[in-house]
Design a binder for this molecule. Structure first.
Ligand code: FAD
Length: 383
């Protein structure tokens, strides 16, 4: 049911994608359809009216949606990923989370975390936000600018990170749209143009104490509940884009027959070799993605140890996806450059995966560190 719904939505979104990509416009109508179909409540707990999807199910849905439109899939991925993260971590006070979930189910509310800023670069690197939180009576006043704010055209509430004034700490606050919250339409990129990832400007925005997610007294638990599995919505999206490019190229090769040939180009050994390269990348990356999602769901006690595997899944998939779309364009040839075909959009969209977390160097460092520490442990055990 989850896969079939995503296929259906993806097919509709594929029709609308070229126009939104051209204009850099936000696909409001896609989000109406996502709401109507129940997709927005995919990861909401069943107790609050949702479908309580697992990570594997989320990956399944996201990959299929992205075959139709990468931008919409990535944008809604932050939303369903964040809900799943909150479901696993219990990081929000229960009444606040319940209210959010009920709003998602009843009204199609979407949520995202806005953590990136011009000065910090990727928040995954740990830089302190320039956005500040100032203590006032009954709550906090937040001022700053967030970049890469995906979903900004429809966000009525979102989490922002902010440096807490007169403290070393970085807090997190639930901000609701209203006085002091402004979207500046800055998003004009080569890829993922319909994600609405504009700048969000906060000018002395009031957040009551009841909507503080992490305040000055927050201490990171020694053994936090692992939630990194939710990040698999990112590679799922790029896998979907690559899968669509592969399907397009194969279909094209089966029908394209220049008049110098007596058979379609799919019959040519050089084209079959190119298809084989795609298949090798696709099968390896997809298998590893789904295997990792499945392990995450099933090995609940082992989740903390799966972090390097999760990073590897993102690394393997996003890099394979870039190669697959490139190879698909080589098969199609000069026509692949045409804006009348979807490949050039996929080529631009798929590159964005390289700049979503975790970054390649971090993944590789984590793998190397684990290998070295395992070797050291083994060495210490030897007589
Ligand atoms: C389509 C899209 C949607 C996004 N949506 C959101 C969103 O909804 N919310 C959000 O908060 N963010 C979002 N982001 C932002 C994203 O999480 C990153 O913050 C952003 O892409 C900048 O990352 P960066 O690695 O290029 O930046 P930087 O950290 O500035 O890195 C620039 C370069 O320096 C290198 N570098 C930087 N620091 C180090 C270091 N310590 N060690 C080694 N190398 C380093 C990087 O590898 C890179 O090559 C989105 C990004 C994209 C592309």
């Amino acid at each position: 049911m989850i896969a079939a719904r995503a296929d259906k939505l993806g097919a509709v979104f594929a029709e609308r994608a070229p126009q939104h990509d051209l204009e850099g416009s936000f696909p409001f109508e896609n989000f109406d359809d996502l709401k109507e179909s129940g997709y927005l409540k995919l990861t909401v707990p069943a107790a609050f009216g949702g479908e309580e999807a697992s990570v594997y199910e989320m990956v399944l849905a996201q990959e299929r949606l992205a075959r139709g439109d990468g931008s919409t899939a990535l944008a809604v991925g932050w939303h369903i990923g964040q809900i799943l993260q909150l479901r696993l971590s219990g990081a929000w006070p229960e009444p606040l989370f319940e209210r959010l979930c009920r709003d998602v189910v009843a009204e199609g509310t979407v949520i995202n975390e806005l953590a990136s800023e011009p000065a910090t670069g990727s928040p995954s690197r740990g830089g302190r936000p320039e956005t500040t939180a100032r203590r006032v009576s009954g709550g906090w006043r937040i001022t700053g600018r967030k970049t890469f704010s995906t979903l900004s055209p429809i966000l009525k509430q979102f989490v922002v990170t902010a440096g807490i004034e007169h403290s070393e700490k970085v807090g997190a606050f639930l901000v609701r749209s209203g006085p002091g919250v402004k979207v500046e339409e800055t998003w004009n990129t080569m890829g993922m143009r319909a994600t609405g990832s504009h700048d969000v400007i906060l000018e002395d925005v009031f957040v009551p104490d009841t909507e503080v997610i992490r305040g000055p007294d927050y201490e990171k638990p020694e053994f936090p509940v692992p939630t990194e599995g939710i990040l698999l919505h990112i590679p799922a999206c790029y896998m979907g884009i690559a899968y669509a490019a592969r399907n397009f190229a194969i279909d094209f090769a089966r029908h394209h027959q220049p008049n110098s040939l007596t058979v379609p180009i799919a019959e040519l050994p050089n084209v079959q070799r190119q298809i084989a390269h795609i298949e090798a990348d696709l099968l390896t990356a997809r298998s590893y993605l789904y295997q990792t999602a499945d392990r995450w769901d099933k090995e609940a006690e082992n989740r903390a140890a799966l972090k390097p595997e999760l990073g590897l899944a993102k690394y393997v998939v996003t890099n394979a996806a870039v190669r697959i779309v490139d190879q698909a364009m080589r098969i199609v040839g000069g026509l692949s450059l045409s804006r009348k075909l979807p490949l050039e959009r996929m080529y631009r969209d798929v590159r964005a995966g390289l700049h979503n977390p975790p970054m390649d160097d971090v993944v590789l460092t984590n793998l190397a560190k684990r290998a070295l520490s395992e070797a050291e442990e083994k060495g210490n055990q030897e007589p």
